[in-house]
Design a protein around this ligand. Structure first.
Ligand SMILES: Nc1nc2c(ncn2[C@@H]2O[C@H](COP(=O)(O)OP(=O)(O)OP(=O)(O)O)[C@@H](O)[C@H]2O)c(=O)[nH]1
Ligand SMILES: [Mg+2]
Ligand SMILES: [Zn+2]
Length: 365
């Protein structure tokens, strides 16, 4: 198996490459000459510096920062004289993108955490109380990426309330598959291997100290990723992993380790919201009034579902909070958009005025 195949270069990816960069494929497969353009995958991206895997082994390149971990890129080796460094000349359109809103960003821009993922594993440590809100929020983002989410409970060996937590999680998961693992005892790894299959990319996301890197080491049967002790008091991690990075499993499947994140501010996640809270959204047409605000209106299907015990109030509040968050994101986006538009309009108007002035002077002269 060649190195790029270990990083998920399947027939499907090859096909996608053929569509976007035909010459990358034909030249990469010439046995004699080093290709002019070849496919590569971003294993790790630190702002402008990217570690790529190619058919010819790993390679560091400088980029403009647009390449993210998991990207498939077209690489040009301009080695006429051997002096010019290789450059990324194109990025394959991403078929799945895990993203969140950058924290404290007035421009409201998205931070892309990873690209071309097939599965997103939401990692939940079993030894800490389950936060239903956090799980739902992370599932919304995971669904919205375009990949298939799964939930991975870790540290099964540490919990005496194992069955209870698993049952609670399955209830919250709303159809998302739940896997229980103990990297320590080696439990649940085979089932996870089987679910990952061959040629797929699974990103693990979850809080610091959840056991993401430990699980990756156990699955890959190496100690590639550093792991760190959690704090004695509250079991929180120490942010051991600091970069998003791909780790091959040997089967052509790839794991993406990520630094633990505290919160997941949503980015354009309407589809994800629908996937996780579809049952709530299905209630709306049943309200008596079309413009029901679902507060205290008579004939409100949402209130009725809560009164009847079919809908948990916590879930309704959690849904509303995320809706408000997205609405405020869209308001800010449209302000930024208007400003941009306004600026360019201003510029056009100024240029038009200048041109008119010139014409007038010409006419006078
Ligand atoms: N008992 C037990 N401990 C585990 C298990 N998995 C992880 N741990 C411990 O949990 C701690 C944190 O694990 P990490 O793998 O570093 O956690 P992480 O999610 O990668 O954390 P960050 O990199 O900070 O985001 C380490 O001390 C691990 O040894 C497990 O299955 N059982
Ligand atoms: Mg880690
Ligand atoms: Zn209503």
């Amino acid at each position: 198996m060649n190195t790029l195949a270990e990083y998920g270069f399947t027939d499907r990816i090859r096909g996608l490459f053929l569509l976007s960069f035909p010459s990358a494929i034909s030249s990469a497969e010439s046995p004699t000459e080093l290709p002019a353009i070849e496919p590569a995958r971003a294993v790790r991206a630190d702002r402008g510096r990217v570690l790529l895997m190619t058919h010819h082994g790993p390679l560091h390149v400088e980029t403009d920062g647009s390449v993210v971990t998991g990207d498939w890129v077209a690489l040009a080796r301009n080695n006429d004289d051997g002096a010019s460094p290789p450059v990324v000349v194109g990025i394959l359109p991403r078929y799945a993108t895990l993203q969140r809103k950058r924290a404290h960003d007035p421009l409201s821009e998205a931070q892309v955490l990873g690209a071309n993922l097939d599965l997103v594993g939401v990692v939940v440590p079993i030894d800490r109380p389950l936060s239903a809100n956090r799980l739902e929020r992370t599932l919304v983002a995971a669904w919205d990426s375009g990949a298939v989410p799964i939930i991975i409970l870790t540290k099964a060996d540490l919990s005496s309330r194992f069955d209870e937590v698993v049952a609670q999680t399955i209830e919250r998961a709303r159809g998302v598959e739940v896997f229980t693992t103990s990297a320590e005892a080696g439990d649940g790894l085979d089932a996870l291997h089987e679910r990952i299959g061959a040629g797929n990319t699974l990103a693990l996301i979850g809080p610091s100290g959840a056991g993401k890197s430990t699980l990756i080491n156990a699955l890959a049967e190496t100690d590639v990723q550093d792991t760190g002790q959690v704090r004695a008091g509250d079991g929180k991690g120490r942010h051991t992993t600091t970069a998003r990075e791909l780790i091959p499993l040997g089967s052509g499947s790839v794991l993406m380790d990520t630094p633990g994140v505290r919160g997941f501010a949503l980015w354009d996640a309407e589809d994800g919201l629908e996937a996780v809270f579809g049952d709530i959204e299905e209630l709306f047409p049943h309200c008596r009034f079309n413009d029901c605000a679902h507060n205290a209106e008579p004939g409100c299907a949402v209130q009725a579902a809560m009164d009847g015990g079919a809908l948990e109030e916590r879930r309704w509040l959690s849904y509303q909070k995320m809706q408000r968050e997205l609405a405020s994101l869209h308001r800010r986006q449209s302000v930024v958009e208007q400003r941009r538009h306004g600026k360019s309009f201003h510029r056009v108007a100024k240029e038009a005025a200048k041109a008119k002035d010139y014409r007038n002077r010409f006419a006078e002269g």
